[in-house]
Design a protein around this ligand. Structure first.
Ligand code: F6R
Length: 588
């Protein structure tokens, strides 16, 4: 959520920063800007809109050091003025995060005679730098940060200083070294340019110049932080011939399942983890959005495997009404990015109350991995599309594997077998296209199911609404007659998931109820009998490969992801960058 970059080297900084920003654009894409420093002067270009719009201005940004930003607006609309960098006096600043006490700081600085240009919270940072500067750049930044409340990753330039400073508090900053020195909000922006990377700790400040990097801890004591080799696999590899990352990433679902299974037993000590889970007095899961939806599936899977209560909690709520935990409890924090502020906070609360903290995450160097007792890796690789797809599938695989430690009938081999079916579905698309067409012609789309299908329905609905902007809701089919049926008519489509033989008949009842109100129905099922019974009576029917009910979410979720993708394309949306959204929600 907002991306920052920094560069200090021998090459043209503007071009380096621009490349970095393009890779970080999924963290925010409503405005972008770059400042460079050359011969004691700061040069800035910033624009509302996508990063690409900066391109014509790059030629006006001389120098070999600079900072850049891609924004997801929190305070102040997306326009040229509110775009970062913010400049004042000798300084330029980019910021990712939120300054909670900005209003009071702003009032104080205005009273001191400072003139503000933007409506952002971030602008106070550059004014504070100016206020505290007495010739020592790093000291001014330290004093500035001491006044801030909230969360931040900040990169700053000081005219006359040949380098940049970068510091963090609860928002990520990664340093990179290659042909030049880099800083970025995440590792993807460094791939292809840096050969090693280092994750700054909270409170660290780095002073980066073309000649070297110095790192100081929160007490301004010089510290050494280990640089690790930056592997090519951390990169996103482009869209791989697909028109969008979303499609490419759905097509990587099967690969994610296989890689996650392969890594699991080398990443965790299975015996120890089984014991921890089997002796837990309760297991609580926390996550947001799609990660929370995956946690819903975990409730069923872990609930069936372990003899203790298992519950899922929306992290932004769990922060304020935390589930009660003890020293015998296990908290599982689920997060693709490992940086989601609400999930981190909910996980910290559980850990501080004594729970053992497991992190199910796709990013091995993320904040969540730093506070967790154990990390269960989701091996999805870089997920660039803002909508989570393959990471959800990888999270499901992790929950199957965690359940399998204590449930001999849940086997790793069965996940691998289903991966083959997932691959076939992801590479097809005809049925998805038909159902997507129904969706885009509808006023609203409801996703229904029973049992484990409900969790997939909820996720399918989230996926459709976020990438196509069609109103959608997902809920248990049994709830239809308790309210939602009032909305059903010929302008509404219901996508009914039926993947559990034991619940099929009841789901067919729901289909009947919708049809008799002239609602449109698309059935997505793994059951041949149900397909045969309904295919000529509904508006669309998609028969998925037959798989056991507890594994069906891999195939049905893949199908719903494809439907959402096709609907976005048919509706003329950019599925990779839905409006108003951004990946890695590092603000609360
Ligand atoms: C939906 C989506 C979001 C994220 C949510 C949590 O497609 O991507 O709902 O799932 O913001 O993000 P992570 O998993 O990074 O904690």
């Amino acid at each position: 959520m907002c991306g920052i970059v920094g560069y200090a080297g021998r090459g043209p900084a503007a071009a380096e920063l621009f490349e970095g920003l393009k890779k970080l654009e999924y963290r925010g894409y409503d405005s972008a800007g770059i400042s460079t420093c050359d011969r004691g002067e700061i040069f800035t270009a910033k624009r509302g809109g996508r990063v690409e719009e900066l391109s014509p201005a790059l030629k006006n940004l001389p120098g070999t050091v600079g900072i850049g930003h891609t924004r997801w607006a929190t305070h102040g609309v997306a326009n040229d003025i509110n775009a970062h960098p913010h400049c004042y006096g000798k300084f330029a600043v980019v910021h990712n995060g939120i300054i909670e006490n900005y209003a009071e700081l702003r009032a104080e600085l205005i009273a001191e005679g400072h003139k503000f240009a933007s409506q952002t919270d971030s602008e106070v940072i550059v004014h504070l730098l100016d206020f505290y500067y007495d010739g020592d750049f790093s000291d001014a930044l330290r004093l500035t940060c001491a006044r801030l409340k909230g969360c931040w990753a900040i990169a700053a330039l000081c005219a006359g200083f040949d380098g940049f400073a970068v510091t963090r508090h609860s928002s990520p900053v990664i340093l990179g070294e290659g042909v030049g020195r880099f800083a970025a909000s995440d590792i993807y922006a460094l791939c292809g340019r840096a050969h090693s990377y280092c994750v700054l700790e909270d409170g660290d400040m780095a002073i980066v110049t073309p000649a070297g990097t110095e790192i100081f801890d929160r007490n301004m004591k010089a510290v050494r932080r280990a640089f690790e080799p930056l592997k090519e696999e951390y990169g996103d590899g482009g869209t791989d011939g697909c028109p969008h990352y979303m499609l490419k990433e759905i097509r990587q679902n099967a690969r994610t399942m296989r890689a996650t299974c392969d890594k699991f037993f080398s990443a965790v000590n299975a015996g120890e983890l089984r014991l921890r889970l089997a002796s837990a007095d309760k297991i609580v899961l926390v996550g947001c959005g799609t990660a929370y939806n995956a946690a819903l599936a975990a409730v069923r899977l872990l609930g069936g495997a372990y003899d203790c209560p298992v519950s899922a909690h929306i992290a932004s709520e769990a922060r304020y009404s935390p589930p009660r935990v003890t020293k015998k409890s296990v908290c599982i924090a689920v997060s693709q990015s490992g940086e989601t502020a609400d999930t981190l906070m909910a996980a910290r609360i559980a850990r501080d109350a004594g729970a053992y903290l497991l992190a199910v995450t796709n990013v091995g160097y993320s904040a969540i991995t730093r506070i967790a007792d154990k990390v269960v890796p989701v091996c999805a690789g870089a997920e660039v599309c803002v909508a989570a797809t393959k990471s959800y599938i990888g999270q499901l695989a992790c929950f199957h594997l965690l359940a399998s430690l204590n449930a001999p009938d849940m086997r790793r081999e069965s996940i691998l077998k289903v991966a083959d079916d997932v691959e076939k579905i992801a590479n097809g698309g005809t049925y998805a296209e038909v159902i997507a067409r129904l969706c885009v012609q509808s006023r609203a789309v409801f996703f229904l199911g029973r049992g484990a299908d409900v969790d997939v329905a909820v996720e399918g609905s989230l996926k459709l609404k976020e990438v196509s902007y069609i109103f959608s809701d997902g809920y248990p089919a049994g709830e239809l007659k308790h309210g939602t049926l009032a909305l059903v008519d010929e302008s509404v489509t219901s996508v009914v998931l039926i993947c559990d033989e034991a619940l099929a008949e009841k789901c067919v009842n729901a289909v009947e109820q919708i049809l008799s109100r002239r609602g449109k129905v698309a059935v997505v099922t793994t059951l041949e009998r149900t397909y045969d019974e309904l295919k000529n009576r509904v508006d669309a029917a998609w028969l998925l490969p037959s798989v056991p009910a507890h594994l069906a979410h891999f195939v049905s979720a893949t199908a719903l992801q494809l439907i959402a993708y096709r609907a976005a394309v048919l509706a003329g949306r950019d599925p990779d960058k839905p409006r108003n959204l951004a990946k890695s929600v590092t603000v609360e």
